[in-house]
Design a protein around this ligand. Structure first.
Ligand SMILES: Cc1cc2nc3c(=O)[nH]c(=O)nc-3n(C[C@H](O)[C@H](O)[C@H](O)COP(=O)(O)OP(=O)(O)OC[C@H]3O[C@@H](n4cnc5c(N)ncnc54)[C@H](O)[C@@H]3O)c2cc1C
Length: 258
């Protein structure tokens, strides 16, 4: 299926910069810090960070794959991970011109081991005037791993066998591609039992409807394109709005491993 413009791709770093600017413009104070603990203390939530403690009336945890880091009510959240390997290819000379108009591709097969994604050439942030394209795929099985293991995976260059496979697929899709340089990387996507993010109250007080900590975790590989809608659900819940009747509440409940 080919989807014409405005379909395309989102630059994730630009997306985050835009959201941060929008939040600051709406009056938010943005603190860039590592959070080590989130605990309810009396009538507020204490957030322990590496730049000092912050007290809040309510807290929304949107911590992605690292939801289990530190002292957090999300410890034990029922999530699995897909470990991705990506191959980045810097193009020679005018290859980007030859590939102008190339679409972003997401390939889904009956056999998921063939699933992949491929983005068209984008300007190389490191080497002005050059272009890079990216192809990637997840490893076959979802895994349950510790935060430490996730961190270790992010520090690798991905799986060499998967990278070699991606190279073969890329050269099949784009014959005679002229490559100046290539390298590989690793990434993770987070999955919940329902296939939708856990957007829910968690931690002390939840059972009596007096929760102060909420979560929006588990993108299931689709949360970039749906970020405004998912963020809207989480923000509405945090502000006490009724859950929209057109959205099945149970699909977004947080489930914990017993
Ligand atoms: C290779 C790849 C390709 C993808 N392709 C697509 C696609 O085509 N379409 C699509 O819709 N989605 C795609 N996704 C999925 C999408 O990126 C995720 O679903 C989405 O980013 C999830 O958003 P999030 O805000 O829940 O988590 P994240 O984007 O992971 O954000 C969580 C943030 O919390 C921060 N954090 C975590 N713990 C702490 C802590 N203790 N202290 C401080 N900060 C913390 C992290 O640093 C991070 O910035 C892709 C993902 C990958 C990896």
């Amino acid at each position: 299926m080919s989807e014409p413009a405005p379909a395309g791709y989102v630059d994730p770093r630009a997306h985050v910069r835009a959201e941060v600017l929008a939040a600051a413009g709406a009056g938010a104070t943005v603190v860039d810090a590592l959070v080590g603990s989130v605990t309810v203390s009396g009538h507020c939530v204490e957030v322990g960070t590496d730049v000092g403690p912050i007290s809040a009336d309510r807290v929304l945890l949107a911590t992605g794959a690292f939801s289990g880091h530190g002292d957090t009510p999300l410890a034990g959240l029922d999530v699995e991970y897909a470990l991705h390997t990506q191959l980045y290819v810097a193009l020679e000379g005018d290859e980007a011109d030859r590939l102008a108009g190339m679409p972003s591709i997401i390939a889904k097969h009956a056999d998921p081991t063939g699933d992949l994604y491929l983005t068209p050439p984008v300007p190389d942030a490191v080497r002005p005037g050059h272009h890079v394209l990216k192809i990637g795929m997840p490893q076959d099985d979802h895994v349950r791993v510790s935060v430490a293991d996730l961190s270790a995976w992010y520090r690798t260059d991905g799986d060499p066998a998967t990278a070699a496979r991606l190279d073969r697929i890329l050269r099949g899709l784009l014959p005679e591609l002229r490559v100046a340089d290539s390298w590989t990387g690793s990434c993770v996507t987070t999955y919940t039992p329902t296939g939708h993010p856990a957007i829910d109250w968690v931690g002390p007080g939840v059972e009596v409807g007096a929760g102060r900590i909420a979560c929006c975790v588990g993108g299931n590989g689709y949360a970039a394109k749906c970020a405004p809608a998912l963020g809207g659900l989480a923000a509405g819940m945090l502000l006490g709005d009724p859950w929209p009747t057109e959205v099945d509440r149970d699909l977004f409940r947080a489930r914990f491993l017993s």
